[in-house]
Design a protein around this ligand. Structure first.
Ligand SMILES: [Zn+2]
Length: 198
């Protein structure tokens, strides 16, 4: 029976595999250009930048490709392999081309991935909210590190308070009735929306 030798993959195959792995794992970051992934022990560091191209000035709407400066933002992203993920994203400060615009420069935004001033990506914040909403504050602060999300009790409570409650329709008619938990001793009230009055 022939023995199988160890296959030496050509470099271009390995590059292709690495590229498709990065595209698959970081598909949620496809608006960015992923430039490298570093193993930093407990943390995976992903280097990325915004894609080239014109950006509309938020004040006057004039598109511009003029780069004034480069900045780095370092938000946390959703964990991979049970490890924290930090993005190092290079974003551009653009110069408005309109001579009459009051805004001379502005920082480009990464909608859907990074919100202004946030230290977490949008998708990490969504994960955090889902866990905090289920476990309500203190318990979630104990569970989050175990799933690779770095957030203390204060963050958990702040996140919980920041969750927008769903809009429930206000009932036009509210039925109220009493019932006995223990007759002659203990009564309770039930409220039922949508019950028509007699
Ligand atoms: Zn402008």
């Amino acid at each position: 029976m022939p023995r199988l030798g160890i296959l030496a993959w050509p470099a271009w195959v390995l590059c292709d595999v690495a590229d498709s792995l990065v595209r698959t794992v970081f598909s949620g970051l496809s608006v960015l250009r992923i430039e490298g992934v570093e193993d930093a022990g407990d943390t995976v560091v992903v280097r990325a930048s915004t894609r080239d191209g014109a950006v509309a000035c938020p004040s006057c709407g004039t598109p511009t490709e003029k780069v004034h400066a480069l900045h780095e933002r370092i938000p946390a992203d959703v964990p991979i392999d049970g490890r924290r993920v930090l993005l190092r994203v290079r974003v551009r400060r653009m110069r408005c081309r309109s001579g009459t615009c009051a805004r001379k420069t502005f920082r480009e935004q990464v909608p859907g991935v990074l919100e202004r001033y946030q230290r977490r990506t949008v998708r990490l914040t969504e994960q955090l909210r889902a866990i905090v909403a289920e476990l309500v504050g203190r318990a979630s602060a104990r569970v989050l590190p175990a799933v690779g999300i770095s957030a203390g009790r204060d963050t958990a409570i702040r996140t919980l308070l920041g969750i927008t409650l769903p809009d429930r329709p206000v009932p036009r008619v509210l039925g109220i009735d009493d019932f006995a938990l223990r007759r002659s001793h203990e009564y309770a009230t039930v409220r039922k929306p949508g019950v028509q009055p007699n």
